[in-house]
Write a protein that binds this ligand. Structure first.
Ligand code: A3P
Length: 329
């Protein structure tokens, strides 16, 4: 042990525990002293907070999952949030500064028959501060065993490519300038490496599944985490959704997905049936683009090999189901 200047010490400390740099909002209704300091507009009687969070990652089918879940009469979600793609973007996101009172006010419409109140924010999955912030408010002292976390596990190569295509269709200057082959083959030292790095990292990093799932497991026991095989979900959502109803203890006697979902060939995906009308997700979900080339797939497969092996080990250790696409690793 040795003495160091306070500033240096705080630097060392916050490098080691970066999550502690954030102010942490707790469930203020769960503590008598905090309850007394709440704004007069907030009442803790009958407060509604989510008990299911879809954490992502982006481009794995999270919007479809949310829209399918919301078909069930005993499921509801937050109000539409403007300016953040209808997502709450709360824990570790731009809306966190609005605090507990704002967060809980987004669920006021939830009624007593809503057994599941779900929030979906697709970049919670790989945000390093999210599990800590989320568990501090919604899972204090791990007493709220009701809370479940869902992550969708897609082949990281497909996910990375889908994100690249997403950015390209949003006219991102880097994605439109560089082909995926060029973007993913640049090495540090390449003159264009730095300027392209942000996009590359957003494509690649969420796919480090073992690293991210491991972080969630620091805050939640495996029994609170549900991992869904994104490919199986895309190809056969009725089966996955019916199983999910069972896992979430939702009533299945008057509701099943075979009668509420339909494959739409023109879209190439399953869509919801509501009051006799078929509704597919918008054009930005299930885009048409050139399929990934074999050579890029094989290059990215090699890139992810270590991460995928680590994921396989982790899933086996905690007795999670192994997605079909991971069985070859
Ligand atoms: P692509 O547009 O690249 O095909 P998210 O909602 O998490 O951002 O995921 C978007 C992805 O969901 C789409 O990526 C698509 O492949 C996938 N997906 C799975 N089921 C879908 C469905 N029923 N309708 C639309 N997209 C679906």
């Amino acid at each position: 042990l040795k003495w160091v200047e306070p500033e240096k010490l705080s630097q060392l400390y916050f490098n080691r525990f970066p999550q502690e740099q954030n102010m942490i909002h707790l469930n203020r209704c769960a503590d008598d002293r905090h309850r007394k300091m709440l704004s007069v507009n907030v009442t803790c009687d009958n407060i509604k907070l989510p008990n299911l969070i879809i954490v992502g990652p982006q481009k794995t089918g999270t919007s479809a999952l949310l829209s399918f879940l919301k078909l069930h009469p005993n499921v509801t979600s937050n109000l539409n949030v403007e300016g953040s793609f209808e997502e709450m973007q709360f824990f570790g996101g731009t809306n966190y500064k609005k605090g507990f009172e704002w967060y809980q006010s987004q669920f006021l419409q939830a009624a007593d028959n809503h057994q599941i109140i779900v929030e979906k924010t697709a970049n919670y999955f790989d945000n390093p501060v999210t599990p800590h912030l989320l568990s501090s408010m919604l899972n204090p002292d791990s007493k709220n065993h009701e809370l479940k976390i869902i992550a969708m596990i897609a082949d990281p190569v497909d996910r990375a490519y889908s994100w690249y295509q997403h950015m390209r269709s949003h006219n991102d200057s880097i994605a439109t300038k560089y082909s995926p082959e060029k973007l993913f083959s640049m090495l540090p030292g390449d003159p264009e490496y730095e300027v392209t790095n942000r996009l590359r990292q957003r494509c690649l990093k969420p796919g480090f599944y073992a690293e991210h799932v491991d972080r969630w497991l620091d805050y939640f026991p495996p029994s609170q985490i549900i991992l869904i095989d994104a490919k199986a979900f895309r190809l056969n959502p009725t089966q996955i959704m019916d199983q999910l109803l069972i896992d979430l203890n939702l009533p299945t006697s008057n509701f099943n997905y075979a009668t509420n979902l339909r494959y739409v060939p023109e879209k190439g995906f399953y869509c919801t049936i509501k009051k006799g009308k078929t509704k597919c997700l918008g054009a930005s979900k299930g885009r048409k683009y050139i399929p990934i080339s074999d050579s890029l797939r094989s290059q990215l497969n090699s890139y992810y090999a270590g991460h995928n092996r680590a994921l396989l080990k982790l899933l086996n250790r905690y007795k999670f189901n192994v997605p079909g696409w991971l069985l070859n690793f």
